[in-house]
Design a protein around this ligand. Structure first.
Ligand SMILES: [Zn+2]
Length: 324
């Protein structure tokens, strides 16, 4: 397909709650954006069909403005093999491999490229966000899990099969707690939202904080944000939990620095809102554990694009494939 100035690509952010689609031009302008509930309980094929319908609707509306769909990029949580198949996705449950690319290309008239949601978000930050102008950077997203994407020489580093940058499962304490992945003491067991809550609940049960005890007594669904509020008001137990978040992230970034010597590290996701409570400990830990970092400090900053990083990154991945 010969690419013209009026072409756009459709990018998809397939989240657990919402499925978002954007039309993005090669300069990174979002021409249109739509969202529907993901409703994964209706089954994986149903999600694929509704996602493709949304893309087709979007491109038929833009065709009236003389714009043509040139490709589709999809960011999805979980392990994505060879830009094609999904395996073990928390937001897209089902047994075995699921050929996202093949299923979508049966419905859509253009090529579809699939990658992990954190990988595409990292590329988005390099293209238009906190790492704009850099070629080597990493994004860590602190949410339900700890997602990570690594961009090397301006492109997503996907590894051999597509599953690289699972930094959330970097081991920060070999004798730590059992993680969902089957290992122990992964970064995710410190720096993800469910684990912040879990550690806070354990501290409340041990009688370490009257504030936490009260919080969980009044609200069984208390979140990481509630615990951040307590940390800010000075509750030592809540502060200790965010200190652990910073400690774990610091170890991860020290390891990344020692191995890859990146130019910039970006922290995003819901838990990143508690920056003030964990960042000083993170910085201290990176400094203590990486002589590469001590030799020349590389910036560690907050995400700029927040919830648009994935949409922009998935679009940029397609533009790169199209030679832009
Ligand atoms: Zn793990």
């Amino acid at each position: 397909m010969k690419i013209s100035m009026n072409d756009f690509v459709a990018s998809v952010d397939l989240g657990g709650t919402n499925l978002r689609v954007a039309a993005v031009d090669d300069g990174g302008t979002i021409l249109d954006e739509r969202r529907i509930p993901t409703q994964v309980e209706r089954g994986r094929d149903d999600v694929i069909e509704r996602m493709c319908d949304l893309i087709l609707d979007l491109s038929s509306d833009l065709r009236k403005k003389k714009r043509r769909l040139a490709g589709v990029g999809v960011g999805v949580p979980g392990l994505v093999y060879y830009h094609r198949e999904l395996h073990e996705s928390p937001n897209f449950p089902g047994k075995g491999y699921f050929p996202v690319k093949a299923k979508m290309e049966k419905i859509l008239p253009v090529e579809v490229i699939v990658d992990n949601d954190a990988n595409v978000a990292a590329l988005g930050e390099v293209w238009k966000g906190a790492a704009r102008g850099f070629r080597n950077a990493s994004l860590l997203t602190l949410g339900t899990g700890v997602g990570c994407g690594i961009v090397l020489e301006g492109k997503i580093w996907s590894g051999t099969r597509g599953t690289a940058a699972e930094t959330g499962h970097m081991i920060v304490d070999p004798n730590g707690e059992l993680c969902n992945c089957g290992s122990y003491g992964c970064a995710e067991t410190y720096a993800s939202a469910p684990w912040v809550v879990r550690r806070a609940r354990a501290a409340a049960d041990r009688g370490e904080s009257a504030f936490l005890k009260k919080l969980f007594r009044e609200n069984d669904k208390a979140t990481a944000a509630d615990i951040f509020r307590l940390a800010r008001t000075g509750d030592p137990a809540s502060r200790g939990i965010y200190q652990l978040v910073g400690w774990a992230l610091g170890i991860v970034i020290a390891n990344l620095t020692n191995v890859l010597d990146l130019e910039k590290y970006i922290i995003g996701g819901g838990v990143a809102k508690a920056w003030g409570a964990f960042a000083p400990f993170m910085m201290r830990e990176v400094f203590a554990r990486s002589y590469v970092y001590r030799a020349e400090k590389m910036p560690i900053v907050r995400s700029r694009l927040i919830d648009r990083a994935g949409l922009l990154g998935a679009a940029h991945m397609v533009w790169q494939r199209l030679g832009r």
